[in-house]
Design a protein around this ligand. Structure first.
Ligand code: 4NP
Length: 155
């Protein structure tokens, strides 16, 4: 069982959506015995909160549920997860700072996006609903490539 942690800033928009998309795909692929995921935020603003209502809405529109309570990313996560996936450059930087090291199992989500490799998953929090659909499309496509990577890497 490999464990993946998706990380953004607030842990109420991008990373819980990434978690829901990952679970949905893993379930459809029959891989739930092999992979498990969770999410966290580098900031402490929303600890204990359910996802943003726009995150819940966009997930519902695409036929999936988001179940998560926000938690803050801490150094100990690097010891218990096999893959750390940052949504943007700032999250990546803050995670490396918190860990005190740059482990070889930390990646940016869009390292797996064939369309704009290495770019940030944009923060949709201060924008409108369309920003959440944009984030969904980026995550949906990046996740397929991430899962292919995991299937090859797990051995
Ligand atoms: P997330 O979005 O990092 O995708 O969860 C944000 C949520 C909250 C804030 C910023 C980004 N905030 O500043 O409260």
């Amino acid at each position: 069982m490999k464990k993946i942690l998706f990380v953004c800033l607030g842990n109420i928009c991008r990373s819980p959506l990434a978690e829901a998309i990952f679970n949905h795909k893993i379930n459809r692929l029959g891989l739930i015995e092999e992979f498990q995921c969770d999410s966290a935020g580098t900031g402490d603003y929303h600890i204990g909160e359910i996802p943003d209502k726009r995150t819940i809405e966009i997930a519902h529109q695409h036929g999936m549920e988001v179940h998560h309570l926000a938690q803050q990313f801490k150094k100990h996560h690097a010891a218990t997860f096999d893959y750390l996936i940052a949504m943007d450059e700032s999250n990546y930087h803050n995670m490396v700072k918190e860990i005190g090291d740059e482990p070889d199992f930390i990646y940016k989500m869009r390292a797996f996006d064939p369309e704009n490799k290495g770019a940030d998953v944009p923060d949709p929090y201060f924008g409108g609903k369309e920003g959440f659909e944009h984030v969904y499309q980026i995550l949906d496509r990046s996740m397929d490539h991430f899962i292919n990577f995991l299937k090859k890497d797990k051995g």
